[in-house]
Write a protein that binds this ligand. Structure first.
Ligand SMILES: C[S@@+](CC[C@H](N)C(=O)[O-])C[C@H]1O[C@@H](n2cnc3c(N)ncnc32)[C@H](O)[C@@H]1O
Length: 325
């Protein structure tokens, strides 16, 4: 795909060679990437096998959405809620080893219902408690998807005794209490009211809470600080990725997250040239967004068709930027 010159270290072999000589093996011992782009590499296989080829402290951000413990199984197989924490804990030690000291592990994890009952599983909270034996909880986020369909039908649309579940928790964990993070990189555009205030100046007023607002409030900081509630509709039905999968006779990945989700955390928690890793890459949205904003990336995925389809994302990107990847 891309020419090797000018490319930063992005295969497992290049990262190993570049990072720590004592952990580096001979080149032929490394697995071969499924595909390469200017900034990253995707590998077909089980993350548990592939992660051992990565040197310790080489990854700045792990951003991922693992298979959830869903009541209704997805086609790629999900783990039962009762087994979930055990299954996930096999990955935790490796995630910790791979991260830099100021690195972050960000996990998008949907909630689930108890089979046959209108009550919620606690599996994702149990997972969080398990993870915080190894990591700090830097902050919890929530992704609100206004376009989420009402389910499970039995409780939400038939008996009408529950409302639709449209929020995914996102656990932001870190190795130390001060992971690399800068909210100035993810500022939102100011509201109309704030823009008006910046234009016309601030007229001193007390807030309903009784707080006085200092004149500093009317200074332009380039945007407002986002909150930990991220609202993004997941409505893609006609993207280049979907069209290209259809034309190639490939099933698109059934559980894709929108690109704005990894983009937010990649901007917030990494710098250009840093390494972003998705161990449950699916259709490799994380890799695509990392590539778009010049971070190196690694993607591991166990189902070949998902990786095959994900190549289309980079075709689209080469058209966007007019370059060959
Ligand atoms: C929720 S999906 C990720 C979807 C992805 N975020 C996207 O937007 O396309 C989880 C993925 O993890 C993959 N997976 C499950 N266990 C794995 C493992 N041990 N190693 C690598 N991939 C795995 C599944 O095949 C599935 O595609």
């Amino acid at each position: 795909m891309s020419s090797a010159e000018a490319s930063p270290p992005r295969t497992l072999g290049e990262i190993g060679a570049n990072y720590k000589a004592e952990e580096h093996m001979d080149n032929e011992e490394y697995p071969t990437p499924y595909y390469l782009t200017n900034c990253g590499a995707a590998y077909l296989g089980d993350s548990l096998d592939l992660m051992r080829y990565l040197p310790s402290g080489s990854v700045n951000l792990i951003f991922t959405s693992p298979p959830f413990a869903l009541r209704r199984k997805k086609e790629y197989g999900n783990v039962e809620a009762s087994e979930y924490v055990n299954w996930f804990s096999k990955f935790v030690g490796e995630f910790h080893r791979l991260l830099t000291d100021d690195g972050s592990l960000v996990i998008d994890i949907g909630g689930s219902w108890n089979k046959g009952h209108p009550t919620r599983s606690l599996y994702h909270f149990q997972l969080l408690l398990e993870l915080t034996k190894t990591f700090h909880l830097a902050q919890e986020f929530y992704w609100y998807n206004p376009a989420k369909l009402p389910s499970p039908a039995e409780w939400v649309t038939v008996r009408r005794i529950r409302v639709k579940d449209a929020v995914n928790p996102i656990w932001w964990l870190s190795k130390t209490e001060y992971p690399k993070a800068d909210n100035r990189k993810v500022l939102k555009s100011y509201s109309d009211a704030m823009q008006d205030l910046l234009r016309n100046g601030y007229k001193a007023k007390r807030r309903p809470s009784g707080h006085d607002i200092s004149p500093k409030f009317s200074r332009d900081h380039g945007g407002s600080i986002p909150s930990n509630l991220i609202s993004i509709s997941n409505t893609d039905s006609n993207s280049f990725y979907l069209q290209a999968c259809r034309e190639a006779g490939l099933s698109p990945h059934p559980a894709r997250f929108p690109g704005q989700l990894p983009e937010f955390f990649i901007r917030f928690l990494t710098n250009e040239g840093d390494l972003v890793f998705d161990p449950f890459a699916g259709s490799n949205v994380t890799g695509e967004m990392a590539e778009r904003i010049q971070r190196r990336w690694l993607a591991f995925e166990v189902v070949e068709d998902y990786l095959k389809g994900s190549i289309f994302r980079f075709r689209q990107l080469s058209m966007d930027f007019g370059k060959v990847v």
